[in-house]
Design a protein around this ligand. Structure first.
Ligand SMILES: *[C@@H]1O[C@H](CO)[C@@H](O)[C@H](O)[C@H]1NC(C)=O
Ligand SMILES: *[C@@H]1O[C@H](CO)[C@@H](O)[C@H](O)[C@H]1NC(C)=O
Ligand SMILES: *[C@@H]1O[C@H](CO)[C@@H](O)[C@H](O)[C@H]1NC(C)=O
Ligand SMILES: *[C@@H]1O[C@H](CO)[C@@H](O)[C@H](O)[C@H]1NC(C)=O
Ligand SMILES: *[C@@H]1O[C@H](CO)[C@@H](O)[C@H](O)[C@H]1NC(C)=O
Length: 366
């Protein structure tokens, strides 16, 4: 029989309350989170300790930790609760007074649940800290290119003179792109991968080289929809992508607590994201062929294919969805000119969602 006395439990609780946040302190970005966790841990453990005499089994004690997991998971699922604000009226007389608009036209919802998750827009220095020493690979179609641009704009924030040239290099048609920022040891690769099969190929390349990025952001579907227009074929490709991700990447779901806590997101297994398809506004698509093939019905079928293929976490897979459909839908018609590519702010929001997911996930690895 395992019956831990209240005293042992108390000592253990004290250790956890002290040590877990101290571990987190190794990573200064999450100081506020640390305080939150420390407080939440304390309360839960205190409750746990007081209930122990009545339920003297270790499993009840363990189950109190489910609370944190629940909080984390619910925060991951709230990340897309973004609201778009109407642009503030232009103020030609005193432009310096509209400084609040530099935050961009979106913010996280102020519902209580969302507020309790303490999502934040990362500043360029915070982003550099978070990604210090990391290798990020963004692979996919033009949506992925926009996500890569939004991320680079954030990382290069202090060095914004470079953005125009970065942008023109990154947007060379159908080509790959690489940038290395030595001061923070940050490397970003954009890999042009219009089809899912190209993504699978890329994963095999990682395996051959035995090098894996710290963060891998992928997404493709629009090209397949336009050139094959066959959702069941898309499903097949997604299936083999999923199998490759699961079998090729060093994913270890239960990361050990030993091992150094590094100052960046570089942990043993890559953080994986999927860039969902945007809302397509059929009447605005810029060619006859697109308007004919990329219909709402086809889009729904592709969406369903993605769900069925179990690529995404929501359906038991390894990748966390950056839900471009909901972001673009909420931003609406005013945010797009061709019914397919959206304003930079939409991709910027996606990047902040991704970075906040990284923050949440990295706490989890402690
Ligand atoms: C513009 O706004 C700034 C700060 O908001 C204020 O100090 C300044 O007097 C304003 N100028 C004009 C012309 O209104
Ligand atoms: C990045 O991390 C290294 C050590 O890992 C540190 O020396 C350097 O100052 C960091 N750079 C920034 C910009 O935080
Ligand atoms: C992507 O895959 C398609 C079909 O498998 C292939 O024809 C094309 O060359 C690939 N493109 C790249 C950039 O690898
Ligand atoms: C694998 O390594 C080769 C040679 O260094 C490089 O050209 C290639 O891009 C690498 N592939 C991947 C997927 O990292
Ligand atoms: C769609 O793709 C599936 C699987 O590749 C194939 O069996 C089927 O014939 C294709 N349908 C059409 C209409 O091309």
């Amino acid at each position: 029989m395992i019956t831990l006395g209240a005293i042992q439990l108390g000592v253990m609780a004290a250790c956890v309350v002290l040590l877990v946040p101290m571990g987190m302190a190794g990573w200064h970005l999450s100081r506020n989170k640390m305080l939150f966790f420390s407080g939440a841990l304390f309360i839960t453990l205190a409750v746990g300790v007081h209930l122990t005499p009545y339920f003297p089994s270790i499993s009840d004690f363990a189950s109190s930790f489910v609370v944190f997991d629940f909080h984390r998971h619910s925060c991951l699922s709230l990340l897309h609760e973004v609201v778009w604000e109407d642009p503030p009226p232009p103020d030609p007389i005193n432009s310096s007074s509209s400084s609040s608009s530099s935050d961009g036209p979106w913010r996280w919802s102020s519902s209580r649940n969302v507020v309790s998750c303490d999502f934040r827009r990362l500043s360029p220095p915070d982003t550099s800290d978070l990604l210090n020493g990391s290798w990020v690979v963004v692979a996919g179609d033009s949506q992925a290119r926009y996500v890569a641009l939004a991320l680079l704009q954030l990382v290069l924030g202090q060095d914004s003179d470079r953005i125009p040239s970065v942008k023109s290099d990154l947007f060379k048609r159908h080509s790959d792109y690489q940038i290395v920022l030595d001061p923070i040891g940050f490397k970003l690769d954009f890999v042009w991968a219009p089809y899912v099969s190209n993504l699978t190929h890329l994963l095999h390349g990682f395996q051959r080289n035995r090098t894996y990025p710290d963060v891998l952001v992928m997404g493709s579907g629009l090209w397949h929809m336009l050139h094959f227009t066959n959702a069941s074929d898309y499903t097949l490709h997604l299936h083999s992508l999923r199998n490759s991700v699961v079998s090729l990447l060093p994913i270890s779901p239960e990361l050990g607590t030993e091992g150094p806590v590094t100052g960046s997101v570089s942990v043993r297994s890559p953080h994986l994201f999927w860039i969902g398809m945007p809302t397509l506004i059929n009447s605005m698509l810029n060619t006859e062929e697109k308007r004919e093939k990329m219909t709402d019905t086809m889009r729904v079928a592709y969406e369903e294919a993605l769900r069925r293929s179990k690529v995404l976490r929501q359906s038991g897979g390894p990748l966390l969805l950056l839900d471009m459909e909901s972001l673009t839908w909420n931003c609406g018609v005013k945010c797009t000119e061709d019914g397919m590519h959206y304003d930079g702010a939409v991709y910027e929001a996606a990047v902040h969602i991704m970075l906040n997911a990284l923050l949440i996930e990295s706490d989890q690895t402690l």
